[in-house]
Ligand binder design. Structure first.
Ligand code: PEP
Length: 251
């Protein structure tokens, strides 16, 4: 049985007092009304340890990124080792903002995944096509390549420890969501592609999350699809009530 997961990506938002307020509202809501999914919160690095300590037993903490290298002379970077040492258990890898704005290549992403596996962090590996690729009908090829060039360089043992987030770039932060049918079609394709390479059993156990303007209104329709195992939530995760509603839509 694969995990059902709702993960919050706070990106570079919230001052410390605002982050604490949001975290407390989320933990209060989760205590009042336990949810049927795993909840993951990816705050900015500065607040990671606080999220670990203050959400214990209710949510898991995730880093939004990690360095592709081990500890050393890499000013400004944060290693998977450090992330593990503060008690976080997940790490987002390959978010489209990092691919685009920070030029993260398949080689870099492969190294980041390796660092996660080495330090027992579950990577949430993001893939997805951009607007031009979808309109030119290349979205399946693009997503297949994103899997092949990075994730498929690992063995079954590592792949089985990975969560995948399908995030069509044209839907991230734009208010344009993939329809439940469009998302399901791609999730089923991803699962089949993994099954072709690693077998049906492994593919069946992998959680594939949808991300891209998922919100309290459209989450139910998306989560009702058989290959959608939850969501990676950006904007809507910054408002506790909305995020809690989304978590409650996953049954
Ligand atoms: C994201 O950035 O991972 C994301 C899904 O953002 P949003 O929900 O705001 O589209």
């Amino acid at each position: 049985m694969r995990d059902k997961i709702v993960a919050a990506n706070w990106k570079m938002n919230k001052s410390l007092p605002q982050a604490i307020e949001l975290m407390q509202a989320i933990t209060f809501g989760l205590k009042q009304n336990p949810v049927a999914c795993k909840v993951v919160i990816a705050p900015p690095f500065l607040y990671l340890e606080r999220v670990v300590n203050e959400t214990k037993g209710l949510a898991h903490a995730a880093a939004q990124n990690c360095c592709s290298r081990n500890n050393g002379a890499y000013t400004g970077e944060v290693s998977a080792d450090m992330i593990q040492s503060v008690g976080a258990s997940y790490c987002i890898v390959g978010h489209s903002e990092r691919r685009k704005l920070y030029a993260e290549t398949p080689d870099v992403l492969e190294a980041k995944l390796q660092r996660c596996y080495d330090h027992s962090l579950t990577p949430i590996f993001c893939i997805g096509e951009n607007h031009a690729e979808r309109t030119e009908n290349r979205h399946f090829d693009v997503v297949a390549q994103q899997l092949e060039y990075v994730l498929f360089n690992f063995g079954a043992e590592e792949v089985a420890k990975t969560v995948i987030a399908y995030e069509p770039v044209w839907a991230i932060g734009t208010g344009l969501t993939a329809s439940p049918e469009q998302a399901q079609e791609m999730h089923a394709f991803i699962r089949k592609h993994i099954a072709d390479k690693f077998g049906l059993e492994l593919a069946d156990d992998i959680s594939i999350l949808y991300g891209g303007s998922c919100n309290a209104q459209n989450a139910a329709g998306l989560f009702a699809q058989q290959d959608i195992d939850g969501g990676l939530i950006g904007g809507a995760a910054l408002v506790a009530d909305d995020f809690l509603k989304i978590c409650n839509e996953l049954r």
